[in-house]
Design a protein around this ligand. Structure first.
Ligand code: HEC
Length: 119
């Protein structure tokens, strides 16, 4: 019975309670990174940079937002972000983010875990 004591070492270290940041990085790279940047050197490009997005006031970086986003008037809670990546036009009607929407709840959890690693 050598295997049993080793088992805890095999559990993923970076797993959050509800999302896996590593898997979230893959989701971000494939679904968001064509328009968005995160990290120390992130700047607005086709879309605004997303550092500290959880809790950030909508439409407030130096990016040129649509009027809809500029006047959204709320901070991005996890719940709002979750709804936004599912259907951007429902959360901020008239905004200019062209995104078909994500469906997979686990993938969204992972994505949020990844975004939380950029305060
Ligand atoms: C095709 C390009 C494109 C893709 C892909 C895209 N976005 Fe966006 N996103 C934009 C644009 C453009 C805006 C600005 C919208 C506006 O001003 O109306 C935006 C705005 C946002 C905002 C609001 C930021 C703020 O400062 O208030 C969030 C949050 C966001 N996107 C998250 C995401 C996430 C997460 C993904 C991947 C799941 C994603 N976006 C994929 C183009 C994109």
């Amino acid at each position: 019975m050598l295997a049993a004591p080793l088992l805890p070492l095999l559990l993923p270290v970076a797993a959050y309670a509800d999302g896996d940041a590593k898997a979230g990085e893959r989701a971000f790279t494939s679904k968001c990174a064509s328009c968005h940047r995160v990290g120390p050197n992130a700047r607005g490009g086709f879309g605004p940079q997303l550092n500290g997005i959880v809790g950030r006031q909508a439409g407030t970086t130096d990016y040129r937002y649509s009027d809809a986003m500029k006047t959204a008037g709320f901070a991005w809670s996890e719940e709002r972000l979750r709804a936004f990546v599912k259907s951007p036009g429902k959360v901020v009607p008239g905004n200019k983010m062209l995104f078909w929407g994500m469906r997979d709840e686990q993938e969204i959890n992972d994505l949020l875990a990844y975004l939380r690693t950029f305060p």
